[in-house]
Write a protein that binds this ligand. Structure first.
Ligand code: AMP
Length: 501
């Protein structure tokens, strides 16, 4: 239901959710998200819906759009949020008539079990002393629990279990007079990853955390300024790419289109998430000037150099393994074939809370191309192994279809560590590579052989001659365990013996 945004936060009739940050099965509350915002456009909310549609792969559980109609205090905020895909929640034109104005922002989101529910759907909104404030966040704040505890003790009343709401309370309680200074004051207290699109009556503020862990780009369409998680969303709305929002940069755009850039955190070496290159971003996006498709294809080339195996065909696990499989085939000389056909009516398997559901989804999603596979030696290529669910099923599927040998090659190093920055990985004990060595993993997924690309091979593929060990060019903590920020909440849980994540 579309509603004025000031009623968007409190939702008293919702079911109680699992305690802050921890789902019923012990998984942390992680979020994978996409954000999109535009200022200075007619039908801004409809453009946001289109942009979010292009970012649907970043989160399939819920979507929300908030718009602002008017200029300065004379205007008002409106919001529409719901559970489901963009096309499902924004399923008729009348909704956009209820989201008027030339400024709007939106968010697609996925959360683990325990974090679902209307009250966590973004953009979040609050009426502050400085006026209305909406916020859409991609990333994860790694000291949100600690900050929340402190804020609650001082009297803040939280309406959601989302870490993003901490930012609103920090802005609300800051002693600086202007919104911008309060916002910067709040960000100084935050650890972790954040790409944010905020709206106030004065305009839009987009910003990226000091290390630029999550992506955020800026574009233009006519006089309008657009911000999006990925360039593919700019393409889809017809905007021209202007530049990336730099790590640690805040860009303010007012209703007249005046743009100002602020760098309150100084200059830090960037540490963008390498998993965006491996899996998370769409292959038709450009990240840091590099085509994601080309990077993935090159990962396949490097993988073939590092882990060649005699076989009859190279088969990708669709869609995530396709570009790497093309690279592997080109480098190895083994023909690329679609030995697995994917149903396009099932979404990303991983982005479904709950293990039971995920098992069923894998089966519905992929089917062996029997005629092609029977009697063949197969190199299967996928982007990553997390819990091992997909690999186990796919290897079995190839054998059931008559493959004589099945060799698994993975276009990323073993995922041994949880992500605390907004790519949802389960707690460490559920990661196959944290539980087993290579041989045991190959045994578990029942492959004739298994190999992962090395971390240096991955860095070569994405354009660096090697990983700089003293200051890695990316955040690669999921592979190396080297986290680029403090992990205050996690450390506190470990000290209290609450998690093994
Ligand atoms: P699993 O079945 O748990 O081993 O997960 C591996 C599969 O999920 C791979 O085919 C990947 O394409 C996909 N995947 C890996 N990491 C993620 C993630 N963080 N979010 C969504 N999908 C993922």
């Amino acid at each position: 239901m579309t509603q004025p945004a000031h009623t968007a936060l409190p939702l008293t009739n919702e079911r109680d959710e699992a305690p802050w940050d921890v789902g019923p099965d012990g998984d942390k509350l992680g979020e994978e998200c996409g954000v999109f915002g535009v200022i200075g456009a007619r039908s801004a909310s409809a453009m946001v819906a289109l942009g979010l549609h292009a970012l649907q792969h970043r989160g399939q559980e819920a979507v929300g759009i908030t718009s602002y109609d008017g200029v300065g205090d004379a205007g008002d905020f409106f919001s529409h949020r719901g559970i489901g895909h963009v096309a499902h929640v924004f399923n008729n034109q009348d909704i956009f008539a209820d989201l008027p104005g030339s400024m709007a922002s939106g968010h697609v989101r996925y959360s683990t079990t325990g974090g679902s529910g209307l009250r966590n759907i973004q953009p979040l909104f609050a009426d502050l002393a400085t006026g209305g404030f909406s916020i859409a966040h991609n990333g994860n704040i790694s000291n949100a629990m600690m900050l929340k505890r402190d804020l609650v003790q001082k009297g803040s009343i939280f309406q959601s279990t989302s870490d993003t709401e901490v930012i609103i309370h920090l802005v609300a309680t800051s002693r600086y007079p202007t919104l911008l200074d309060r916002f910067i004051d709040a960000l100084r207290l935050i650890e972790g990853a954040y790409s944010l699109i905020c709206m106030t009556p004065e305009g839009m503020i987009a910003c990226r955390d000091p290390l630029g862990i999550r992506p955020l780009v800026m574009g233009r369409i006519g006089d309008a300024v657009v911000f999006a998680s990925e360039t593919v969303a700019l393409d889809v709305v017809g905007a021209d790419f202007e530049r990336e929002v730099e790590p640690g940069e805040l860009i303010q755009v007012d209703h007249k289109g005046v743009i100002s850039s602020h760098r309150p955190f100084g200059d830090n070496p960037a540490r963008p998430c390498i998993f965006e290159q491996v899996y998370f971003s769409r292959p038709d996006s450009i990240l840091a000037g590099q085509s994601v498709y080309q990077s993935r294809r090159q990962i396949g080339v490097e993988l073939a150099k590092e882990a060649f195996v005699e076989a009859d065909i190279v088969v990708p696990v669709p869609d995530s393994g396709v570009p790497a499989a093309i690279g592997y085939a080109a480098e190895s000389g083994i023909p690329f074939e679609l030995g697995i056909i994917r149903s396009h009516y099932v979404g990303r398997t991983f982005i479904q809370p709950g293990d039971g559901k995920r098992h069923a989804e894998v089966k519905r999603k992929h089917n062996a191309n029997r005629a092609l596979v029977a009697g063949k030696r197969i190199v299967l290529i996928d982007d990553s192994i997390v819990r091992g669910t997909t690999s186990l099923k796919i290897v079995q599927m190839m054998r059931d279809a008559g493959a004589s040998e099945v060799h698994m090659r993975i276009a990323s190093p073993p995922t041994e560590n949880s992500c605390f920055y907004g790519v949802d990985t389960p707690e460490r004990s559920k990661l196959l590579a944290a539980r087993m060595d290579l041989e045991a993993m190959a045994d578990y997924i029942q492959a004739d052989s298994l190999a992962f690309i090395s971390i240096d091979g991955l860095y070569r593929a994405v354009g660096h001659s090697e990983r700089n060990p003293s200051c890695p060019q990316f955040c690669d903590a999921c592979f190396t365990g080297e986290y680029p920020t403090r992990l205050t909440d996690y450390s506190a849980q470990v000290t209290a013996g609450e998690t093994e994540g």
